[in-house]
Design a protein around this ligand. Structure first.
Ligand SMILES: Cc1ncc(COP(=O)(O)O)c(C=O)c1O
Length: 374
């Protein structure tokens, strides 16, 4: 495990030594942004650290409602609801949608918050092969009695793949399903306006697609949200005990999130540089002979059959002043993953250094050949 003693940006300090950093999920480099930090400090000065109550009791403040309006504008939806964390989002949404589905079809690499978010009264849970619409269709065909809900990560947290939402959506129309996309890693990253996977696939007008989102990754802050029409947000506010019985998002996070959403809407050049950087790394690692699942997201995993190989490569990079963490994470992929992540604030020089060191390692170790890729 990495223990830092600095802010997390394109550089990081470990034991007071500075390293070039290609880890975490700070895709737009906002986690250390001065405007966000100033917003948080001002908010603490005005509102303190915590409203110390659930939203529907005394925990809602003017800054929550302002943030929700801003998020609705960002997402081009009627309304939005913010709550304590992205992790809570799947539970909140799946509860609010209760009555609209009786079975769940879930990608096998789904994030743990999806698996744990399925309400206990849903007994029919079918797991389809990772990113495999044909297998999903087989399951939908064979289990066609109830009302299906299909759930998937939008961008997979470990492999960086984009779920085939276009194909899943076509199936949803054929089989009368609703879709939930966990867009934790897509918000701010995918789509012209950073609205995530539906925008990426030009599916924003589809009325049967729901998203769960977080401010903790590209947003650089913390806190979960769901945007949608008023019927949906009303159900969340009425029906979800996770939402109703948890303390509201604290003031500094609410105010920093509002600053972050404003930046994500106004500064589209952040997404442009992110996509330039991620393309350089994906093309670069492939050219060197590494295999990776990632094609157009900032999560660029190098996957190995042997734990030792992933650990060794991570250590080798560290010896050369670069941190790319070997990831231990509760998503069962059966692989050992060195997870390179890129942000819009990485410099071309940093990317060049990363590729140069990866080049040295593969020249010396490429013959081991225990890499995995689809
Ligand atoms: C796919 C996915 N969903 C949900 C979450 C939880 O979001 P948060 O960490 O903001 O609570 C994460 C991240 O950690 C994630 O990767």
């Amino acid at each position: 495990m990495i223990v830092s003693n600095s802010a997390v940006s394109n550089y990081i300090c470990l034991h007071d030594k500075v390293y070039s950093f290609f880890g975490g999920n700070n895709y737009l480099g906002l986690a250390d942004n001065p405007l966000l930090k100033r917003a948080a400090i001002n908010s603490i000065e005005k509102y303190g650290l915590n409203f110390a109550a659930a939203r529907q009791t005394t925990g809602t403040s003017e800054i929550h409602t302002e943030l929700e309006k801003l998020l609705a504008t960002f997402k081009n939806k009627e309304d939005a609801v913010v709550f304590g964390s992205g992790y809570m989002g799947n539970r909140i949404l799946l509860t609010a949608l209760g009555g609209n589905y009786s079975s769940v079809f879930m990608d096998e690499f789904s994030h743990s918050s999806i698996k744990e978010g399925i309400p206990s009264d849903i007994s029919e849970i079918l797991v389809y092969n990772h990113c495999d619409p044909d297998h999903l269709e087989g399951l939908l065909k064979a289990n066609n009695k109830g009302k299906p809900l299909i759930i998937t990560d939008g961008v997979f947290s470990l492999t960086g793949e984009i779920a085939p939402l276009d194909k899943i959506h076509a199936l949803s129309e054929k089989y009368g399903a609703i879709i939930v996309v966990d867009d934790a890693h897509s918000t701010g990253v995918l789509g012209k306006n950073g609205r995530g996977t539906p925008e990426h696939f030009n599916l924003e007008s589809a009325t049967n697609i729901y998203q769960t989102e977080t401010m903790s990754k590209a947003g650089g802050v913390y806190g979960g949200f769901i945007a949608g029409d008023r019927e949906l947000t009303g159900k969340i506010r009425e029906k979800s005990s996770t939402y109703l019985a948890s303390t509201s998002l604290p003031p500094p996070l609410v105010s920093a999130s509002a600053a972050s959403v404003t930046i994500m809407m106004q500064h589209t050049e952040l997404r442009t540089s992110l996509h330039r950087n991620l393309k350089m790394i994906i093309d670069g690692v492939r050219k060197l002979g590494y295999l990776t699942f990632s094609r157009e997201t900032p999560i660029i995993p190098l996957c190995f059959k042997l734990k030792e190989t992933a650990e060794e490569l991570s250590e080798f990079l560290k010896e050369h002043g670069i941190i790319v963490p070997f990831i231990i994470y509760p998503v069962n992929t059966g692989m050992y993953v060195l997870r390179i992540t890129v942000s819009s604030v990485h410099t071309l020089e940093q990317i060049g250094e990363l590729l140069a060191v990866l080049g040295i390692w593969i020249n010396d170790n490429g013959s081991r050949n225990d890499q995995i890729c689809c």
